[in-house]
Design a protein around this ligand. Structure first.
Ligand code: DC
Length: 225
């Protein structure tokens, strides 16, 4: 079976656009599996720090990415048998992750793992930055979530209770620039993505809108068979 044979709903967008909450609830609503690909890049950054590597050392970090045992499921992340679910959201990993995610060999390895995951789980809701543009160009539905930068920063600040709004806003602006500016699969909207601006919307409204689109596409696909 190929990745294009399984139904993938790609949810891309910048930090704080609501991707994780929307993707997780959408998966539950549609009885599909959910994959957070940002957590995979965070896990590689975590493993690099833990092994004393400098995240900017492209070769060693790439070698590490190909050898680590990585399990991402239901919000839990286990790296080589160590539960990293909490640490991967901490400031140290958040600072290091953009440079790790800009490493082309790390990206290639993560993409391969994401495609294997999709086939093994018979599709799913997959969130990230390059899911619709690069990893699953044949996704059943591609959604690009956006929101006002101030709203995105406020959401992230609420999630990370130990950090001030200004710190979070600066971190988001820095990561937006890094994610959009990197040469390998930068954050861009796919030509055939549906944009949803979540600024003034409740999460459940966003989930319902997307679920409706998925059901329509599935019905069209079944009718065409
Ligand atoms: O969504 P997040 O903040 O957990 O993502 C962590 C980092 O990984 C962020 O800098 C963007 C990057 N990322 C990526 O480059 N490609 C993906 N598919 C997912 C995340």
């Amino acid at each position: 079976m190929e990745p294009s044979d399984v139904p993938v709903i790609a949810i891309d967008g910048p930090a704080g656009s609501g991707k994780s909450t929307v993707a997780r609830r959408l998966a539950r609503r549609l009885s599909l599996q959910y994959l957070d690909t940002g957590a995979m890049y965070r896990a590689v950054a975590f493993a690099a720090i833990r092994q004393g590597l400098d995240p900017v050392d492209v070769g060693p970090v790439a070698a590490l990415a190909t050898t680590i045992d990585l399990v991402v499921a239901d919000g839990d992340v286990v790296v080589d048998g160590v539960d990293a679910s909490v640490e991967i959201r901490g400031p140290e990993v958040s600072r290091a992750v953009s440079v790790v995610a800009a490493n082309p060999e790390v990206r290639e390895e993560m993409r391969t793992r994401q495609r294997v995951w999709a086939v093994e789980h018979r599709g799913g809701v997959i969130e990230g930055r390059d899911i619709g543009t690069v990893v699953f160009p044949d996704a059943l539905l591609k959604v690009y979530l956006t929101a006002d930068p101030a709203v995105r920063a406020a959401r992230r600040a609420k999630e990370m209770t130990d950090l001030e709004y200004d710190t979070v806003a600066a971190d988001i602006a820095r990561r937006d620039a890094a994610d959009q500016g990197r040469s390998d699969s930068p954050l861009v909207e796919a030509d055939d993505a549906v944009t949803v601006d979540t600024t003034g919307l409740e999460i459940d409204e966003v989930v319902e809108v997307i679920a409706g689109m998925v059901e329509e596409r599935l019905a069209d696909r079944d009718a065409a068979r």
